[in-house]
Design a protein around this ligand. Structure first.
Ligand code: PNW
Length: 492
């Protein structure tokens, strides 16, 4: 087996791109330097440390605000084709509005973007990765329809400042988390609980904000810069517990994926998938609402949102099995245990290994099935995996469990391309560095590079998974360097 290299080598198609991602609040720190204003995550973690497993916050995080040169060097050492970063809205626009632009913020992102380009790494930029300016939250945040205007103005500033060098933009990271983890669970900043009310209002405004930002790029910037813009969806792959639940599984998929995809990626009628609209309208009526809790869209709004994409971006981590509740069984909350709104109980198969994050169980085949489902529902698009990675609470440099996760998921991507003819063009490892994992604080680590958070200098040390991933990139093969792969397999 150690001579695996002599056998047929599996390769991704030519031009397949591999990168890694981070997000501003999770790595930057320097939460109040210069004129930066607080984001909802600054406020939430400062006021509610009890909501975070280790009571921590992102005040310093990886200190990437100061150590960005080192991050770029690591990205370069591993041969990343691209690096996905996010801009902090309150660092760039401390008022939230575009009347005042922070010079310090502009300097920081220029340094980062130029530094990457100097090393031949494409900067891929997310505009919104959850750190909303607190003052905009005070005005209602994502439940205020005016946020589409506020976000559009911010997007225009970012395109104007960086669009000459940034050719790939993600408007919003994981609308489903922005709206559900926030308003349905109440567990994420700003910590407001409004299940299936606030979350549906948020859903509509996220779609409108994205569409505005896409159209601004399309009309004002694309002619000169020729870039691409989409949003990225985090999707739980949901399959039936047994055959009788096939219809229910599709309904749940329409909720976790369709609500943020159907309006953009299909020409079919309506704002939400029809099955879901019907279900929620009926549920709303039973609850005594005069209208569906799912907000209505005007004809103009529907047209405005449709087709606002240049590729389909998806983040995948984990899967669920779905069934209806047993007698007297209570349905858990999205996204962990169920969808009360649909009468759906979600659980994991006993054989799926757990991780250090309570919602995260490994099911590599789910990624391949999800890609096929997306192709079937939305067409033969340019599919880009914008996040995939593994959580562990160990600081082990020899992270063979993470190597195994990457190997098994890259294999499923390879099979999706070669066996199912899904046009997957990009793969992104989450994440380059251990960082601030939201409510899991610094306990759940996703990095291919270890960061020592007990050391004020935040030293970085690459793990085995970084070497494995570098070899995947160097060989353009899901197996990476075969000898290395065989060795890691033996050690795992
Ligand atoms: C994503 N779930 O969040 C985010 O984009 C990252 O910022 C984050 O660090 C990473 O994945 C790991 O969590 C998710 O409950 C949050 O299924 C929750 C879920 C999935 C992804």
């Amino acid at each position: 087996a150690l001579l695996g290299g002599v056998f047929a080598v599996r390769r991704f198609p030519d031009g397949f791109k591999l990168g890694a991602a981070t997000a501003a609040y999770q790595v930057e720190g320097s939460w109040n330097v210069s004129d930066k204003s607080p984001s909802i995550w600054d406020t939430f973690t400062h006021e509610h440390p009890e909501a975070i497993v280790d009571g921590s916050n992102g005040d310093i995080a990886c200190d990437s605000y100061n150590k960005w040169r080192e991050d770029i060097q690591l990205a370069s050492d591993f041969g990343l084709h691209f690096y996905r970063l996010s801009l902090s809205w309150p660092r760039l626009l401390p008022n939230g509005f575009s009347n005042y632009i922070s010079e310090d913020g502009v300097r920081y992102y220029n340094n980062l973007i130029d530094g990457l380009l100097e090393k031949g790494i494409e900067p891929l930029v997310t505009l919104y990765h959850w750190d909303l300016p607190q003052n905009l939250q005070d005005l209602g945040g994502w439940t205020n329809p005016l946020i589409a205007e506020w976000f559009a103005a911010y997007a225009r500033v970012a395109y104007t400042l960086f669009g000459d060098r940034v050719k790939t933009w993600i408007t919003i990271n994981e609308g489903v988390i922005v709206c559900e983890a926030t308003y349905t669970l109440g567990g994420f900043a700003p910590g407001i609980s409004s299940p299936f009310l606030g979350s549906y209002m948020c859903n509509k405004n996220v779609l409108l904000a994205h569409a505005r930002a896409w159209r601004i790029y399309d009309e004002e910037f694309r002619p000169e810069h020729h870039g691409k813009v989409s949003l990225t969806n985090q999707i739980l792959w949901v399959q039936p517990y047994s055959e009788e639940y096939e219809e229910l599984a599709d309904l749940v998929m329409q909720m976790v994926a369709g609500l943020y995809s159907h309006p953009i990626y299909t020409r079919r009628r309506g704002m939400a998938p029809h099955s879901l609209e019907k279900q929620i309208a009926e549920k709303s009526a039973r609850e005594g609402y005069k209208r569906s809790k799912l907000p209505a869209f005007t004809k103009e709004e529907i047209e405005f949102i449709k087709g606002t994409y240049d590729f389909y971006a998806v983040n995948y981590y984990t899967s669920r099995l779905v069934r209806t509740p047993k007698e007297g069984e209570k349905i858990g909350l999205w996204p962990l245990y169920g969808l009360e709104e649909l009468g759906a109980v979600l659980e994991v198969a006993p054989e799926w290994p757990g991780t250090s994050s309570n919602w995260f169980f490994e099911y590599p085949v789910g990624l391949r099935r999800l890609l096929s489902w997306l192709k079937k529902n939305y067409g033969d698009l340019d599919f880009r995996i914008m996040e995939n990675g593994y959580a562990s609470d160990k600081r082990d440099i020899n992270d063979y469990d993470r190597v195994k996760y990457y190997r098994e998921h890259l294999e499923q991507v390879y099979l999706a391309i070669t066996e199912d003819a899904v046009n997957v063009t990009h793969y992104t490892a989450w994440t380059l560095l251990d960082n601030y994992e939201w409510v899991d604080g610094y306990v759940s680590k996703f990095g291919i590079v270890d960061v020592d958070f007990t050391d004020p200098l935040r030293p970085r040390t690459p793990r085995a998974s970084a070497y494995f991933y570098a070899s995947v990139i160097a060989t353009n093969s899901p197996d990476g360097d075969q000898t290395l792969n065989d060795l890691y397999k033996l050690l795992a």
